[in-house]
Write a new protein. Sequence first.
Length: 242
Amino acid sequence: MQIRDHVFIVTGASSGIGLSTAIALTDRGAKVALLARSGDALENLAQRLPGSLPVTVDMTDFKRVREAIDTVHGHYGRVDGLVNNAGRSYATAVEEIDPAIFDEIFHLNVLGPIVAMQAVIPAMRAQGGGSIVNINSGTAFMTIPQYSVYSSSKRALLGFSLAARAELEKDRIVVSEIYPFITATNFGRNRMGNPAGGGPAASYADGDKPEFVASLILQAIEEGQAQYFANDRLRKMAGVAG
Ligand SMILES: NC(=O)c1ccc[n+]([C@@H]2O[C@H](COP(=O)([O-])OP(=O)(O)OC[C@H]3O[C@@H](n4cnc5c(N)ncnc54)[C@H](OP(=O)(O)O)[C@@H]3O)[C@@H](O)[C@H]2O)c1
């Protein structure tokens, strides 16, 4: 799908991969609605991005998610793309999983993206098509002690994304997924649970640049393949031919 002059919603635009994606889309001539909880960060970013619209929303509050997407649609009169990027991790042993935090992670990483998709689909269908890009994780294909809740949430997102892709093809709404590897953002710092929680956290600073992941997201919007991987190792783990 074309990027220039089209309207995109980026969730989790206040930081990391979402912020880089909002900048990259604007640089390519798109108008970008910036969604996250940190209103001040979104206002600051909006001042740098011509045509953008900051909308403060907690993606685990589904009524607010629907209202936020209505606000975007009302403001621009159309919605061409949705980048479901907001997400958090949770480090804890299976033995110690807190059901309330489990719930929060699945609301944010799985149900939030589903509700956002549900909210944009009617507008996209009426316009004759659209692009939905869900940000997954290489951990969906891994067994990492302490990260079972996070990796399971991303495995669930994988299932919903592939099903939605098949269901929406007839409406020319293309659903793609991105699989970042370790990326140098605030993700490790924003993790819930055990702060020393093992896994890849120690090496986030040495990870891929968020701009690299943003470039994969723009590639997905333009090409519309099902899955994009940050490296060949992840592609092999997923069992997808290169
Ligand atoms: N960094 C990595 O190594 C890595 C690897 C694989 C996949 N990913 C995925 O990449 C995506 C982006 O992560 P990142 O690395 O850019 O991390 P980040 O820098 O921590 O950014 C996360 C974004 O999500 C937003 N967010 C968190 N909770 C939210 C909520 N309840 N409602 C609305 N927005 C919320 C945050 O904004 P507010 O706090 O302002 O709400 C922030 O903008 C996530 O889905 C993550 O799972 C990251």
